[in-house]
Design a protein around this ligand. Sequence first.
Ligand code: ATP
Length: 355
Amino acid sequence: MAGIILRDLYKRYPNGFEAVHHQNLEVNDGEFVVLVGPSGCGKSTTLRLIAGLEEVTSGEIRIGERLVNELPPAERDIAMVFQNYALYPHMTVFENMAFALRMRKAPQEEVVKRVQEAARILSIEPLLERRPREMSGGQRQRVALGRAIVRNPAVFLFDEPLSNLDAKLRVQMRTEIARLHRSLGTTMIYVTHDQVEAMTLGDRIVVMNAGVIQQVDGPLQLYEAPANRFVAGFIGSPSMNFLPGRIEGEDFIGEGFTLHMGPGLPAGSAELGLRPEDLLSKGGEQQLPEVELEVVEQMGHESLVYFTLAGTQAVARLEPDLELRPGKRICLGVNSARCHLFAGDENGRRLTPTA
Ligand code: ATP
């Protein structure tokens, strides 16, 4: 097993595009780290640099104690699982899983033992004689995982491994990957653009935007104390609401309302961030201006209501209530401890002190 260190990692593609900007990251031995961010933010590039599938422009990659910049993928002691399973169609599941071991000239006895062990972990023992075309997408993805497991690598790298599966299967495979990590204890780096996958799998999550790491933290820390407006807007569904305004003294002044926030805030342009569940239909220390509901989604366990607040589209997550209908006017309350403030400039850094 091994940890991974990225030091000042930079990647410029031959066409001049800068995909990864001076990243610094330490992944601990045995940790499950998820790289998440919108399409094109450089997640796959970062993973492929670690795997050795792309050449580093500058900076360092260490796996365990070794500087691996110059090592070919096969010598990095990693196994990678991709979105398209990349199974050999003419081989059985057993042979697909055994392939890497056979290339290493492992004795037959060991090949059988390792393949059977991996098949047992993934519950695919009855499938060992099938060929890929005779299996469902979920089964194929399990075989792809099995192929990685038999190699017993120091590090697993996953590039959106579940995005070809339907929603239900994705949830099921997600829990299997989490279980796999618990039982193997191997370092894993997992790339996804799906924030639910990131939040549920990661010990720590690396949020990226435009090739730059925005924040590295545990799921709850990211949710409760996003480092900037980008992270605040990316993590959480429905997204955080943002209201423009300014800070004056201890107050946030938005369009048509003022909220008391407390001391220690820098004066000037700012945005107020409110999570949909922090807009309250009952209670709250302070009240927002009355709004008219435009769309109401009754989900059973909760109701999502959409409206225009201070000139901005906003959403609240409320207790289920049949009285909530489009056209109804309601007043929502907030507690200042649940308000997030961000600088009004393009960096949008967090202004609210972190507890
Ligand atoms: P996605 O979730 O869509 O896969 P990503 O975050 O994984 O996105 P990357 O695949 O790492 O993003 O790509 C990052 C940026 O680098 C993108 O803008 C992409 O167009 C660009 N890029 C990727 N590969 C190359 C290449 N070989 N040459 C030039 N630019 C590239």
